[in-house]
Design a protein around this ligand. Structure first.
Ligand code: SF4
Length: 756
């Protein structure tokens, strides 16, 4: 099946010409530079008056929820309740600029594809529905656009030839309607961005503690004694978390930072809303930094647990939470045997951390009753990701440090409502009870076949099994692995539909027919919507800004219009768009925990969803938490091979690029950089600024990412780091986490070759 529009070429992020400037990494986060950069980007996009008006609404009870990460808001938000990256996200979405018909008149998709991702994103808000004709986007009426979608869906041999993708920015209301439409259409093909980020957390936790979400609240950080931050960079990806960590330190907590990269955010923190954030040297956050090897976490965690078990044997009592283990857990004996069998040599070699250091931190665990472990992609994007997450649970169970104040698990979500979307039914693997309740309430028989997750959807499109791709938000191509393969997959669709706010590369890699349907952002005037943050709090979001164009529609309005154009029954569907309370009534009827949804969501701060573990219960099959056994999985490397992890820069949120700097890591003016361990660079004769090509070889196939600038950096031996989406071309679609099928973007074997 030929690729009619040459997508592979469009898919690659253009190579930058300008040389990258390399400075020393920072050791202090936030402070005045964060304020200056927030103001600079905000005023550039919105002007002064709009900046003051819009930023004063972010994360306020009667305002809108930040569209960036999912770190929760305090119960009493401060006047300025946003961070630098929240300001950048808001400015990008509330920009005064628009990209309308006159803009697209000037550019073919080939010409647009030669622009950088940052340039594409800064062209302004999409302002009218568009259809691709003769390689140029042209205006189309909403009615005609909905008819195009309905016609393509009707032309499919099976509903399973359609894929309904969701990005984590989608509100609960739009997501619930979207899944209802897809299921009434007849498919469970509902992949979402969570498949590429915390799917491993959800699956790993559900299996061992019975809930696929974090179990702690913000208040728990004031009651905890020890916090682990593992495979997460809060300084860039969840910046307000630094204030929470500073508060925890004030309450006596100690912090252990576990990461191959020493991140400034866990060095010293200068609170930009406190005088001390300007006068002093900042609050030191991490007490211990463990520079673990890439994917060395299971070895490290087993080292902690091995020390706990040997100390229990030596001291007799007081190390393990014996009563808790006996009463609440199963699987301890097999787990204990496995840990005792593990050798310290293997633990040291595979973790990259000396045994005495591991024992030192393990003693901090023994001295703490209340321990919180936070993590992000550094644990979830590996082949053995489930093992990473369940090993964390093993450690906490040994100390009985879960299900009580100041203790538990805290997977920190990267997208503002990714958790909410999953809660209201965005999943290709819905539970039978959910489908029963959905079918009963809306009087239809939902499909029971498991749908495609993100990786399966890419394969299905590539194999021609899926032919219509609809994305509710997001930048699928750039977020996905295996860029060339994914581009070919999208190119083989008869129709691709992007429901978007800003131009991105996914608009340039599309099906034979391609539509862009522009929607409102969260800060624009619409009915109240709601989101769920990382800690299971559902709260309202209300925008007050005038829409960027009078041709925009809200996400719910677009979904119901496509649904009624495709399935008919206009009255049924449009009722929802007329009054979002009716959508919430549907959610309340189908999903436990949303009682009195419409009343409670309007309370300041919203409401907390039930979480069995917080109530001291483990909703597993046998009502017990489960100890599990996970092998240490070395990553053998040949000479000239390195283990690569993809990361975000400080000027990026997922695939949205706000700027070309990565201030904390000392990078200015470019993104095609490869951080290489100092010693490895020296041994390879590589110097700062050298240009190299990165090559991955999987399944006999070579994938190349050319022209990266070498940045010698403080990293474990044989480890390199690059930014996504630039390096996603190196990540094979087949290289995924077991069980969760999450692309293993944090451990890709690459070789480095001087560029020609
Ligand atoms: S911490 Fe996250 S949610 Fe909060 S303002 Fe910053 S980016 Fe937005």
């Amino acid at each position: 099946m030929a690729d009619p529009t040459g997508h592979a070429e469009h898919a690659q992020v253009p190579i930058e010409d300008a040389p990258v400037k390399i400075d020393a990494p920072k050791t202090v986060a936030a402070g005045l530079p964060a304020v200056v950069e927030s103001a600079r980007q905000a005023v550039k996009e919105m002007g002064v008056a709009r900046t003051l008006r819009v930023l004063s609404d972010v994360n306020q009870h009667d305002g809108f929820d930040c569209t960036s990460c999912a770190w929760p808001d305090p119960s009493r938000p401060s006047v300025v309740e946003f961070c630098e990256n929240g300001a950048k996200a808001t400015a990008a979405a509330a920009t005064k600029k628009t990209a309308g018909p006159s803009f697209f008149d000037k550019w073919t998709i080939d010409e647009l594809a030669r622009q950088s991702d940052m340039w594409l994103g800064k062209q302004g808000r999409l302002s009218t529905p568009l259809i691709l004709r003769d390689r140029r986007y042209q205006p189309i009426s909403w009615e005609a656009a909905f008819t195009v979608v309905a016609d393509h869906l009707h032309a499919l041999k099976s509903p399973d030839e359609a894929v309904f993708y969701t990005s984590g920015r989608t509100s609960n209301e739009a997501a619930f309607l979207y899944q209802l439409f897809a299921r009434r259409f007849g498919t469970n093909n509902l992949p979402d961005c969570s498949n590429m980020c915390h799917e491993s957390s959800g699956m790993g936790l559900s299996e061992v503690i019975g809930v696929g979400k974090g179990t702690v609240t913000l208040e728990d950080f004031e009651h905890t004694e020890l916090i682990f931050i593992v495979g997460q960079n809060p300084g860039t990806n969840h910046p307000r978390m630094l204030s929470t960590l500073e508060t925890a330190k004030k309450h006596g907590a100690r912090i252990v930072h576990v990461n191959p990269l020493r991140e400034a955010g866990l060095g010293r923190f200068k609170h930009p809303q406190k005088m001390r954030g300007y006068l002093g040297t900042g609050t030191p956050l991490a007490d211990v930094f463990l520079q673990v090897r890439i994917n060395g976490d299971v070895a490290l965690l087993k080292g902690f647990m091995k020390h706990l078990l040997s100390e229990e044997a030596r001291r007799g009592v007081g190390v393990l939470a014996r009563e808790f283990i006996e009463k609440n857990t199963v699987g301890f004996a097999a787990f204990k045997r496995d840990i005792e069998r593990e050798s310290w040599d293997v633990i040291e070699r595979e973790s990259g951390i000396k045994a005495h250091t591991i024992r030192h931190v393990a003693d901090m665990v023994i001295a703490s009753e209340r321990i919180i472990v936070c993590w992000a992609m550094g644990l979830t994007q590996h082949v053995n990701a489930i093992g990473n997450i369940q090993s964390i649970v093993n450690l906490l169970l040994l100390r009985g440090s879960i299900g009580k104040p100041g203790a538990g698990v805290c997977p920190v979500r990267g997208h503002s409502n990714v958790q909410g979307d999953r809660t209201v039914g965005i999943t290709p693997r819905p539970k039978a009870v959910f489908l029963d309740r959905l079918g009963a309430h809306f009087d239809f028989e939902p499909p029971r076949r498991t749908g495609y997750d993100t990786v399966e959807a890419i394969r299905a499109m590539h194999q021609g099994k899926a032919r219509v791709f609809i994305a509710l938000g997001g930048n699928f191509l750039s977020a996905a692995p295996d860029t060339t393969y994914t581009a070919e997959a999208l190119g083989r669709c008869s129709l691709t539909v992007q429901i978007s706010t800003k131009l991105n590369r996914s608009h340039l890699v599309c099906g034979r027919t391609a539509l862009i349907l522009p929607c409102l952002t969260r800060m624009e005037r619409d009915q109240t919507v709601s989101v769920e943050n990382s800690m299971g709090i559902v709260h309202a979001s209300r925008g007050r800004l005038a829409p960027a164009s009078d041709k925009l529609k809200s996400e719910p309005a677009i979904v119901v219009s496509i649904a009624s154009a495709t399935l008919g029954d206009e009255a049924f569907w449009h009722g929802f768009a007329t009054d979002y309370d009716t959508i919430r009534d549907g959610i309340e009827a189908v999903i436990p925990g949303f009682d009195d949804y419409n009343e409670r969501v309007r309370r300041p701060g919203g409401f907390v969803l039930p979480n069995a573990v917080r109530e001291g219960r483990f909703d597993t099959l046998d009502g017990k938490a489960r100890f599990t056994v996970h092998p240490i999985e070395p990553s053998p490397l040949a000479d000239n091979e390195f283990l690569m992890m993809t990361v975000r820069s400080h000027d990026q949120f997922n695939t949205t690029i706000y700027g070309l700097d990565d201030r904390y890591r000392g990078i200015r003016g470019g993104r095609r950089v490869v951080f290489v361990c100092h010693q490895d660079a020296e041994e390879a004769g590589l110097r700062a600024g050298d240009r190299v090509d990165l090559v991955s070889r999987y399944g006999g196939q070579l994938r190349t990412a050319p022209q990266f600038t070498v940045v010698p950096y403080d990293l474990p031996r044989r480890s390199v780091a690059t930014y996504f989406p630039e390096a996603n071309v190196l990540v094979p679609v087949s290289h995924t986490a077991r069980m969760s099928n999450t692309p293993a973007s944090k451990s890709i074997v690459v070789s480095i070759h001087r560029s020609a």
